[in-house]
Design a protein around this ligand. Structure first.
Ligand code: AMP
Length: 111
């Protein structure tokens, strides 16, 4: 996988508003937030998309961190996680990331 915007954030080469970091992932605020809380949880290991992800333990960890990020922001009871897989589904950065959205009513189905 080639370098992405997110691998440059992980390397500290680009600024980000980081809310969580551990040995397996980083979480930072989305630069174009779609809700009062909009954080991206990103694995340190570069994986292009969910379809390429084979490490079940890592995937579970990303979801646990997503839940913790929402709870830490005061949204333990109501938040949404989204993974866009592929350009047609809205993926624009090809480094796997989990969107965590909260703080406003979230309608269904998503667009
Ligand atoms: P996706 O469209 O699912 O690939 O999501 C990519 C997300 O990355 C979008 O919501 C962008 O707003 C966000 N984004 C792009 N560049 C940055 C950046 N430098 N810092 C934080 N978020 C970013």
């Amino acid at each position: 996988m080639t370098d992405t915007l997110f691998s440059r954030i992980i390397a500290g080469e680009l600024p980000a508003d980081i809310v969580h970091r551990d040995e397996r992932c980083i979480a930072f605020r989305d630069v174009n937030p779609q809700a009062p809380l909009h954080v991206l949880v990103v694995p340190i290991t570069p994986v292009a998309s969910l379809a390429d992800a084979e490490d079940c333990e890592l995937l579970g960890h990303l979801l646990r961190v997503a839940s913790r990020v929402a709870a830490d922001a005061g949204y333990a009871d109501s938040f949404r996680v989204v993974i866009n897989n592929g350009a047609a589904a809205g993926q624009t950065v090809f480094h796997l990331h989990v969107h965590v959205l909260a703080g406003r009513p979230l309608s269904w189905p998503p667009g």
